[in-house]
Design a protein around this ligand. Structure first.
Ligand code: BGC
Length: 482
C-alpha cells in the first residue's frame, strides 16, 4: 500500500516530512505516562487524552449524522449534482434465484483483479466456481487505459485457455468498483477514480467500450452483459439465496454501500426500467464532501490534505482499509510533535513516510494480547525501526482500537440511516465484504453494538458475503439472459 504513495510530488513529500521534524524530550514522555497512569487510577471518571476526544463519537453525534445522511440520500435521488453522495442508478434489481447456467465475471476493485466462472443451479443455490487472481501492476494503475484494459483482456485470454467456455461466445458480468454513471445495465462512464488509481483516459469514458476494444484486438469473443459496482455484486450474490437481503456493503480498501430503492423515488432516473425496485449504488465514501457534516479530526484533515484526492471521499478516508493505518500514523506524528513520545518514535525516519503504518498493523497490534506486546515491539522495530517502551506500545494499541472503533461507529450509523430510510430495520440482512469488516478485531461487534444503540428495536444481520462482488456480477449477467 505504501508504494501507492511513492509518487507524491516533492512539495507534498516535503510538507509531510516537515510535519514530523520535531525534536522530542523525555519530559514529554514522562508527562504522557504520568497522565495515562492517572487515567488508569481514575478509571471511574475516565479522562480522555486530548487527541482521543474527537474520535469517541457519541450516540447523539451519530443520530445527527443519520439525519444529514438521509437528507443527502434524498437529494441524491432527486438530481445528479445536489448531494455529496451520487446515488447512482444500477439498472439492476434483485435476482429471482431461478437464474441458471454457467456465467463469467471480471472483478476489478483494488490491486487485485479476478476472473471467475460460476455455475448457477437455478434453485437459489450457487454451484461450483473457478477463480483466478492476478495482481495489477503499478504501471496499469497509473498508466494508460490501453495498459489497464489490455491487461484485463490478457488475463481473460489466460483464463479461457485453461477453462474452455461452453459456447464460442461467453457472457460475462464486469464488476468495476468505482463510481460509474450508468444509463443502462451494460455500459457506464467512469466519473472519477478512487483508491489510488489514476489511469489516464478512463475518466469520462465508457469502461465497457474500453474493455471491448481490447477484446477485439485480441479476437476474444465475449459479451459484457452487465456492469456492476462491487456493492451491487455483493448484495445480488446474497439475494440469490436470501430474500431478506436489502443492502450490500463493502468495508475493504474502500467503502461504499447499495440498497434496493423504489423506482418511483428515483426522481432523476433517465430512461425506463421495467421493475418496481432498482439497486442504488450510493457511493457513500463521498458522504460529507464539501459540507461540514463530518466530525473531522486534525489527523483526518492532515491525511486528506496530503492524499491523492484532497477534499474527496472524506467518509471513506475515516473508515476504509486504505486509510486507517495512515490515521494512526497521523496521530503518532502529532504526539511526537507535542513531545508525548520518546526518541524511539521521534528519530524514526521510516515513520515519516506516508502510509508506512499499514492497516494490517492495526490488526496485528490489536491481536497482540501478550503483557509486553512483544509482537507489536517486533513490528515497530522491524518495519519502522522504532525502539519502544511497553507503555508506548500500550498507547499505540489504544490508538489502533480508537481509530478502528470510530470507523465501526460511522459504518453502523450509515447502515441504520439507509435501513430506517427504507423502513427495513427488522429481520433484514446486509451482505458485507472487505478486510476491514473481516479482519479488524472487534469491528463487527462494535458495529452491531452501535446499531442497537441507534435503533434499539432493530434486528439487522450483517453477513460476510465472501467473493460476493464477482459472483454477483455473474448472477447479474445471468439475469440479462431471460
Ligand atoms: C469506490 C466505490 C467502491 C468502494 C469499495 C470506493 O472507493 O468509489 O465504487 O464500491 O470503493 O470498493
Amino acid at each position: 500500500m505504501s508504494s501507492l504513495f511513492s509518487n507524491l510530488d516533492d512539495k507534498k513529500k516535503f510538507a509531510l516530512l516537515g510535519l514530523a521534524g520535531v525534536s522530542v524530550v523525555a519530559v514529554g514522555t514522562y508527562a504522557y505516562l504520568q497522565r495515562s497512569k492517572e487515567k488508569r487510577e481514575t478509571s471511574a471518571t475516565h479522562q480522555e487524552d486530548d487527541w482521543e476526544k474527537p474520535f469517541n463519537l457519541s450516540v447523539d453525534q451519530m443520530k445527527q449524522m443519520i439525519k444529514d445522511f438521509q437528507s443527502e440520500m434524498d437529494k441524491g435521488l432527486q438530481s445528479t449534482t445536489s448531494s455529496s453522495m451520487k446515488m447512482l442508478t444500477s439498472f439492476t434489481s434483485k435476482p429471482t434465484g431461478k437464474e441458471k447456467g454457467s456465467y463469467y465475471a471480471l472483478d476489478l476493485g483494488g490491486t487485485n483483479f479476478r476472473v471467475i466462472k460460476l455455475e448457477l443451479q437455478g434453485n437459489k443455490v450457487i454451484g461450483a466456481s473457478v477463480k483466478q487472481q492476478y495482481t495489477i501492476s503499478q504501471e496499469a494503475m497509473r498508466g494508460t487505459a490501453e495498459q489497464l484494459f489490455g491487461f484485463i483482456a490478457d488475463c481473460i485470454n489466460n483464463f479461457i485457455s485453461t477453462e474452455k467456455p461452453s459456447s464460442s461466445k461467453f457472457v460475462l458480468g464486469f464488476t468495476f468498483s468505482f463510481p460509474v454513471n450508468q444509463t443502462k445495465i451494460s455500459s457506464g462512464t467512469l466519473i472519477s477514480w478512487t483508491k489510488g488509481f489514476t489511469t489516464k483516459g478512463v475518466e469520462g469514458n465508457d469502461v465497457v467500450k474500453l474493455l471491448n476494444n481490447e477484446f477485439q484486438k485480441r479476437r476474444i469473443s465475449a459479451e459484457v452483459a452487465a456492469l456492476a459496482n462491487d456493492t451491487v455484486g455483493t448484495m445480488v450474490a446474497r439475494c440469490y439465496e436470501d430474500d431478506t437481503c436489502e443492502m450490500g456493503l463493502i468495508l475493504g480498501t474502500g467503502t461504499n454501500a447499495c440498497y434496493s430503492e423504489k423506482v418511483s423515488n428515483i426522481k432523476k432516473l433517465l430512461g425506463g426500467f421495467n421493475k418496481d425496485n432498482m439497486i442504488i449504488n450510493m457511493e457513500w465514501g463521498a458522504f460529507g464532501d464539501g459540507t461540514n457534516f463530518l466530525p473531522l479530526t486534525k489527523a483526518d484533515k492532515q491525511l486528506d490534505q496530503f492524499s491523492l484526492n484532497p477534499g474527496k471521499q472524506l467518509f471513506e478516508k475515516m473508515i476504509s482499509g486504505m486509510y486507517l493505518g495512515e490515521i494512526v500514523r497521523q496521530i503518532l506524528l502529532d504526539l511526537v510533535d507535542r513531545n508525548r513520545l520518546s526518541k524511539g518514535f521521534s528519530s524514526s525516519e521510516l515513520l515519516k513516510k506516508a502510509y508506512c503504518f499499514e492497516t494490517s498493523f492495526i490488526t496485528l497490534t490489536e491481536n497482540d494480547n501478550s503483557s509486553e506486546l512483544t509482537e507489536v515491539q517486533k513490528l515497530l522495530e522491524e518495519r519502522l525501526a522504532i525502539v519502544s517502551t511497553v507503555k508506548e506500545r500500550q498507547l499505540l494499541k489504544h490508538i489502533c482500537h480508537v481509530v478502528s472503533q470510530r470507523a465501526a461507529r460511522l459504518s453502523a450509523a450509515a447502515v441504520v440511516a439507509v435501513l430506517s430510510k427504507i423502513n427495513r430495520l427488522q429481520k433484514v440482512t446486509v451482505a458485507v465484504d472487505g478486510g476491514v469488516f473481516e479482519h479488524l478485531p472487534g469491528f463487527r461487534e462494535e458495529m452491531e453494538r452501535f446499531m442497537k444503540l441507534l435503533a434499539p428495536s432493530s434486528s439487522i444481520q450483517l453477513v460476510l458475503q465472501k467473493d460476493g462482488s464477482g459472483n454477483g456480477a455473474a448472477i447479474i449477467a445471468a439475469t440479462t439472459q431471460n
